[in-house]
Design a protein around this ligand. Structure first.
Ligand code: FES
Length: 239
């Protein structure tokens, strides 16, 4: 066991845990955008910054990546942390000035408008946190999309910017996106994921008649788990 202090509270933690994990287990709130407990941390948004003190020195680190250490002292809202977080939100707001999630986080830091907005920067809902890419790769095991290009042209896209042929329509990208940047809709018997230019036929439940999941997703699961052909004829509600 490791002993550390967060915001003056002495806490116990397991070796290998991150500061963010220990804080959240103990009800200490640290804002995040690119973190999801089901995925490897990535450190893209830097919103989770905290100040750590050791050996008479301090520095600001991303709490979702930083592992706990014996005797570590952590502050989650020191003046230095708040300055950093404010700058990060200014940058995010400059990129995503119409996005509600970013607007609300910025407002909590007292920012109503970005103080700068470079002309080349188009309005965007995507903060390039990579959660969708990691969910597709690490949880679904499909890797239908990836982060492409560098600098101001960086974006999430299917290979060659064409329709995401590997996508199975599960919507994991849509569900994990922290800013609602991925547009997905179910219309009758069809699911459309606009960002990846794909459409999927939905499976109809033999009992209630509802369309409940993309056929391609069900085929993928059935193949992986060697399930019988008729396994998904009935939706989970009617099973
Ligand atoms: Fe830690 Fe995004 S949540 S860097």
């Amino acid at each position: 066991m490791i002993t550390l202090s967060i915001d003056g509270r002495e806490l116990k933690a397991e070796k290998g845990q991150t500061i963010l994990q220990v804080a959240s287990e103990n009800g200490i709130d640290i804002p995040t955008l690119c973190y999801h407990e089901a995925l490897e941390p990535y450190g893209a948004c830097r919103l989770c910054v905290v100040e750590i003190f050791k050996g008479g020195r301090s520095r600001v680190v991303a709490s979702c990546l930083y592992p706990v250490e014996e005797g570590l002292e952590v502050k989650t809202s020191s003046p230095r942390v708040l300055d950093n977080r404010k700058m990060i939100l200014e940058l995010l707001l400059a990129r995503c000035c119409k996005n509600k999630v970013i607007q609300e986080l910025a407002a909590q830091m007292g920012i109503e408008q970005p103080s700068f907005k470079p002309e080349y920067l188009e309005d965007n809902d995507c903060i390039l946190c990579g959660l969708c890419v990691r969910a597709c790769e690490q949880v679904v095991g499909v890797s239908a999309i990836s982060l492409v290009n560098r600098g101001i042209t960086k974006e999430v896209a299917p290979p060659f910017f064409e329709a995401a042929t590997a996508c199975i329509g599960c919507g994991s990208c849509y569900y994990v996106c922290p800013t609602g940047a991925i547009k997905m809709e179910d219309k009758g018997d069809t699911r459309i994921i606009h960002n990846w230019k794909v459409e999927f036929k939905l499976k109809k439940c033999k009992v209630c008649g509802n369309y409940w999941a993309p056929e391609k997703q069900l085929d993928y699961i059935r193949d992986k788990l060697h399930l019988p052909e008729e396994f998904f004829d009935v939706c989970p509600d009617c099973k």
